[in-house]
Design a protein around this ligand. Structure first.
Ligand code: SF4
Length: 276
């Protein structure tokens, strides 16, 4: 029986986790092979798009073989920031807008890539776009997003635009259902690339899906929050998703404790140390 790409990826992930558990912290990567693999993947995506019945117009909504392709809102915003990070992220946002790697490509209005400053040392990762995000093309712009901005502006005393914000999934699951494991896996490489480019000092995982993704854990969010984790040299703090806080206001106390861990790390009362 031939293994599917998903099975191969899962086996590789388990193997790497086993090596990590055994104390292996560094791997020498064959950069040439990795580059060739990336080029082959990009060529495959381009060929798939060419083979579709009609071409995706860059500024207009079209449907090819069930997938919806719409120009990325985030790419336009990112283009306004100078620097290498913004340039690479804007290009990736355009690539994500052409992604058809999972079933969500056919039910999205558009992809939801990111918002905020790509030069921020602080990155927020949520779960998946909801209805407002799907409509507007940016993460955390609905009621939960308003609460998130309040936590940042009124609680942490940072400008919400100074934080880089994205989700585990770039497309909205229908009826705001939870992301499926195969969708999270299909979208994994986009988020990994975002983290690599942003190179954040601290990541806040909002909700169990991003917390479990980052910590490679299946523990509930209640067990993962309340402390700062070290993940591959980055600091990670997990807390409740703002949508959960809207439903369960009593949990705000715990989230306030979590965000104070981040504030203490950067120095209370000090502005975020933005990079160039
Ligand atoms: S959710 Fe991620 S993997 Fe699935 S189609 Fe959207 S961008 Fe691609």
């Amino acid at each position: 029986m031939i293994d599917t790409p998903h099975t191969i990826a899962e086996n590789l992930r388990k193997k790497l986790q086993g090596m990590k558990n055994a104390g292996v912290n560094d791997l020498i990567v064959d950069k040439k092979a990795a580059k060739l693999a990336t080029m082959a993947k990009q060529k495959r995506i381009k060929n798939d798009l060419k083979a579709a019945p009609s071409k995706a117009a860059p500024s207009q909504k079209t449907i090819n073989a069930g997938a919806v392709f719409v120009e990325s809102q985030a790419a336009k915003k990112l283009g306004a920031y100078g620097g290498e990070r913004a340039k690479r992220l804007a290009q990736m946002a355009r690539d994500v807008a052409n992604c058809a790697q999972c079933q969500l490509c056919s039910v999205r209005t558009q992809t939801v890539y990111s918002r905020g400053n790509p030069n921020s040392p602080l990155m927020f990762i949520g779960e998946a776009p909801g209805a407002d995000e799907d409509a507007q093309g940016f993460p955390f712009v609905g009621r939960a997003g308003k609460l998130l901005d309040d936590i940042v502006a009124k609680g942490m005393q940072y400008n919400p635009d100074d934080v880089y914000i994205c989700n585990v999934l770039k497309c909205r699951p229908p009826n705001n259902r939870n992301p499926e494991p195969d969708e999270i896996e299909a979208c994994r490489s986009w988020l990994e690339a975002q983290i690599e480019i942003i190179d954040p000092v601290v990541i806040v995982a909002w909700g169990k899906f991003s917390a479990q993704w980052l910590l490679q854990s299946d523990a509930p969010i209640g067990k993962l929050r309340g402390r700062m984790w070290d993940v591959g040299g980055r600091k990670v703090v997990c807390t409740y998703h703002p949508a959960y806080l809207l439903r369960t206001p009593s949990a705000k106390t715990e989230t306030w404790k979590d965000v104070q861990i981040v504030m203490d790390y950067f120095g209370r009362g000090k502005p975020l140390p933005m990079r160039v």
